[in-house]
Design a protein around this ligand. Sequence first.
Ligand code: B12
Ligand code: SF4
Length: 484
Amino acid sequence: MVHAPYPGKLKFQGVPSSMFAAAGPFVVGNPERTVAYLDPRGPNEGFYSQLRAILATGAVRALCVSTSTAAIEETARIAALASELCPESLVLVGGPHEDAVDHKAAHRLPGVHMSLAGEAESPFKWILEAFLERDEAAITFVEALSPSSVLAARLPGRFTVTSCSWQAPLEIDGGPNCYADPRPLVFPESYPTFDVFPSGRTIPLMVSRGCSYGKCTFCSESNRDGGVTLTKSFDWVEELAARTPEAALYFQDSIFPGGNRTSNALMPLLQRLGRTWGCQVYLPTLTRRRVEELADHGCNYIYTGLESGSEQVLRGIHKSAVTRDLVLERMEWARVAGLRVGVSLMFGALSVRGELLESVDSITATEELVEDVVATGVDVAGIYPNVQTVLPGTDLARGLGSNGHELDFYRMPRAPVFDGLEDGGVGYNFLTLAESSERRVDLALRIAASARRMQSLYNCPWHRARRDGAVGAESGVLTTSCSQ
Ligand code: B12
Ligand code: SF4
């Protein structure tokens, strides 16, 4: 399993939860097989020589790649390497890019035999098992696999299968996915360090899927149907924590879920564990009581997207409830409760029609908002400036498409001026979308300068470690030692 390297600046050292979720049922169901993973984070040459060496051993029967859109050119490079070094091995691609994009990877990337979008757990297991039980080359296997044989397997979940030897993708609705619970089935060999927490290690985990708000035009999360799925039980959180004593917990759910079940079951459990923990929040739904509840149960860090200080920009990206007054009120509550905050900003916003919403005035408004946040006295762990990147499957991408900007999500344009930002150096944004004008270039320089200032003033040690290149690769064998 390979988590395709992200060629920009990584916001978090999380665990590749998408990839682990896809692989979980296969790993659990095939204990005699070895499933190894590589998570290089960035596309360094060390990773490619390690991959080359592994593929050249001839021991890899299947290479499964989980890719984001930004990493798609790296995925193409990985598939090409596999074709060259182990042409008989099956190359299977999936992940956030495949889930969202119209043109599927098995039809676009040479060397990819099959790709899976959506709830891939059951088809992933079924395809790999079917391939591994035969002793044949991948191309022979995929050419013999017909859409009707996949349909006949009656696999649960909603997913799309694409084969390089079929004309069109096959969309399947097999009913409820029996693996929808966010409870992890497989685990990495070690966990990363988040310097916002005092402990040496942090366990990233999720107890829900989806976003309770889900309306932001630039976010793929908004387009997932079915709302929020909460885990059925929380007892596994305790087992997970016990695997790494002393580690902090970081809930990487898009938005940490609220409601009675989290208050009555999860919060007391977290308090009992006595670990520090953090989570991601949507400020408009954060009441004063909720802030106190988080702090009283051991939470010491919240991360949130403010995006912009301009009302016009917020309206244009459908996040207008995150007003300046609301932000400052919530920051004051966080200060009183003793919570540290991490703040994400998004410069360079476009409307769904493709008009540039950002201006010198809106940049100034965002700078003022940041100053006002800091002036509340809340403990700011970091300010993370991004540039809006167009992701496939979003309202933004669809709107741009109907306004004459059909984007090829297999080609990632670069904007070196944004390389220092968290997001922006890779992909389509207001600068790389079309011919750039002098006004857009000036604005880009202004954004880059503003972002640099914020980063130098307010960034936490964890950010500095990444900037200095301290983020290493992660690799190992997937284990399943928690009770299932
Ligand atoms: C947790 C999380 C992270 C974690 C883990 C990332 C990961 N993909 O595993 C961390 C912190 C590392 C992370 C980083 C980033 N993330 Co993120 N992240 C998420 C989040 C909130 C949840 C992902 C998750 O675990 N979902 C639950 C699982 C079960 O569902 P799933 O992801 O759909 O996975 C299923 C399928 O994709 C498929 N599948 C997955 N992998 C594979 C592999 C194979 C071989 C197959 C066949 C199938 C398959 O099966 C899975 C099970 O059904 C999502 C939002 C979301 N709702 O998905 C954003 C999201 C995936 N992230 C996003 C982005 C942009 C990023 C960053 C680029 C941000 C940044 N600048 O740092 C980086 C990229 C990292 C990288 N190396 O590629 C975008 C991706 C959009 C896109 N089209 O690429 C999302 C969708 C949010 C958004 N903005 O819209 N992220
Ligand atoms: S940006 Fe955040 S709040 Fe908006 S839809 Fe995506 S996950 Fe939800």
